[in-house]
Design a protein around this ligand. Structure first.
Ligand code: NAP
Length: 349
């Protein structure tokens, strides 16, 4: 079966997902596109033989020739499109964030629970990265005993001057927050944000770097270091300290060059280079699940949790005090092995 995918939002990441659906992966074709910028949507549709152009996301979702939907528009529009997909009974891959407020996320949870089956996958692609997956397998195997602390480093070479401290907490740290929940199999119960000495090259509106501390329900403490003007490359780091050892993400360079008494390797230029394969795996698993009539991957619950922790981190930065994360009771639909889930997730996956 070929899955006919409709894509809402054909900006930077929407076009990248269209490229992988069309040229890299198997089992899907892009059948329809739309965007607030109709000229952009028209240009993208022109490059896709047989693809329809729709005026609105709602029209695209209602199109009977669209089997499943990718939402890659601006964050505040996600709720409307995800709810419409659930109402239409169509599987939806929603780029992060699931939605931008607690209330919006809860409306999505309510709709999916009422529908009685999972239909939403949220684009937390780190869960599909080989290194993170191996780290999780080793943790689950008990290789280093129980995890005690986790360090998650998120370094960007630079960011546009428009990026704010809140933007870093919400758009950058969200990946560290999700991967912490997933790796450690536990929810975040409170957050605190510390502001170290500012980097001279950071824009005036930006506190850079930031240290975000997450207290997990299982008492593990996570330190997220976000430094978004490091100049030297895009560097994603991670190390779990366990009872009897550590597990660390290895350097991602494929080769090491040794010369003149020194050695060196490549640091990725940006997130596209670092997570290229993870995005491919993420989408292939989604297509395969849709074709098989089941759901997979990070759920609405994971999207909800991430939004709440980002909100708490923003509050903690504003007040300088710890901020609690209060979640509603987890519906059965999102429990491991729950009916309607259709896959065998590990922990919060
Ligand atoms: P972008 O380049 O600005 O693209 C978003 C597109 O959506 C734009 O073409 C925008 O049109 C369009 N749009 C806005 N409102 C719309 C609506 N109501 N209906 C249809 N189209 C609409 O942004 P991006 O960087 O691709 O990011 C898109 C989403 O992906 C964001 O939620 C972002 O957080 C997420 N993202 C995730 C990752 C990841 O690592 N998983 C990486 C990058 C981005 P206009 O330009 O005319 O507003």
């Amino acid at each position: 079966m070929t899955v006919n995918v409709g894509v809402i939002g054909v900006g930077m990441i929407g076009q990248d997902h269209i490229r992988r659906l069309t040229h890299v992966l198997s089992g899907a074709r892009v059948a329809a596109v739309t965007d607030a910028d109709m000229e952009r949507a028209q240009t993208v549709a022109d490059g896709l033989p047989g693809a329809k152009l729709h005026k609105t996301g709602q029209d695209l979702i209602e199109d009977p020739d669209v089997d499943a939907v990718v939402v890659a528009s601006w964050g505040p529009t996600h709720e409307e499109f995800v709810l419409a997909c659930i109402a239409a009974g169509k599987q939806v891959f929603c780029e992060k964030p699931l939605a931008t407020t607690r209330e919006a996320c809860e409306r999505i949870l309510d709709a999916e629970v009422a529908a009685g089956r999972r239909m939403v996958m949220v684009g937390f692609m780190r869960r599909y990265d080989d290194a993170y997956r191996t780290m999780k397998e080793e943790l689950a195997a008990g290789t280093i005993g129980a995890p005690l602390m986790y360090y998650s480093g998120h370094r960007n070479p630079s960011v546009p001057p428009s990026v704010t401290t809140e933007g870093v907490l919400v758009d950058t740290c969200v990946h560290d927050i999700d991967v912490s929940r997933w790796l450690l199999d536990s929810e975040v119960v409170s957050t605190q944000v510390f502001s170290p000495r500012r980097a001279g090259q950071a824009a005036d509106v930006l506190q850079d770097p930031l240290l975000l501390m997450l207290i997990m329900a299982n008492d593990v403490i996570v330190n997220v270091e976000a430094a978004v003007n490091v100049a030297y490359g895009y560097d994603i780091r991670g190390e779990v300290l366990g009872e009897t050892g550590t597990i660390e993400l290895a350097e991602s360079s494929k080769i090491i060059v040794k010369r003149e008494g020194r050695y060196s390797g490549r640091v990725p230029a940006d997130w596209r280079e670092r997570f290229l394969r993870a995005y491919d795996t993420e989408f292939q698993e989604w297509i395969d699940a849709v074709a098989a009539g089941r759901s997979t991957g990070p759920s609405s619950w994971d999207g909800y949790a991430a939004t709440l922790v980002c909100d708490a981190a923003t509050e903690a930065y504003r007040t300088g005090a710890p901020a609690p994360v209060t979640m509603r009771e987890k519906p059965d639909l999102y429990m491991v092995g729950a009916s309607g889930d259709g896959h065998a997730p590990t922990g919060t996956d």
